[in-house]
Design a protein around this ligand. Sequence first.
Ligand code: MN
Length: 246
Amino acid sequence: MRIQWESAVCTKCLYSIRPLRQRNPSHGLPLLLPLVRSEDLLNQYVSLCDGFLFCGGEDITPLLFGEEPQNGNGKTDITVDLFQIRLMKRVLASRKPVLAICRGMQILNVSCGGTIWQDLSLIPQPTLNHTQQSASRGDVSHRIKIERCSKLKQFVGSCIYVNSFHHQSVKTPGRNVCVSARSPDGVIEAIELSGHPFALGVQWHPECMYRTSPEMRSLFHEFIAHSLINSKDSGHTISWNIIYKG
Ligand code: MN
């Protein structure tokens, strides 16, 4: 089946995807990954799937990155946070591909020991409005500049326009986390793990732009292509871990 990115990523469920190797590598089969606590089940998720997509959602409980809650921090669910962080750590250890979107990017950073601005208003310098009010979520909102040596640049180029639906951002990058893009106000818009084959975090929502943006299609294509490289049984296993709309 062909993945419909918009519906796949904007779900209220947690799931993963098991794409199939076909002529077009953007084909795949979504798989749901229910919230579990068992170590054994988490490990089975990781071994079953070849790639993981962490989607957007609510805010991460600040205590999990060593901070007390500050004004501007939004809704949290520590049960979901802990599940996603535990799963992310296992996925990263497996070196399987990860594409982390919005909250997913923050889960990626916190899993590596990084911190989050609980609200963009807490950043000392003025910032752009990162919560666009456009008619369509696929509309572009602001520019980002992408680091020259980043993997992201290979996939989408050095300067693109993206949509923006976030009130938080990465504050301190975690271990081996490199900043790969920023908006004109200096807000971190993308990260990646150095030394990892494919672990990218993006603050915007490429799933809302893939129909109109060749760059976003390229990003998803690369994610699946990297996942297929490591698939064990004839390339029939990739999975993505997708949680909340946000
Ligand atoms: Mn933004």
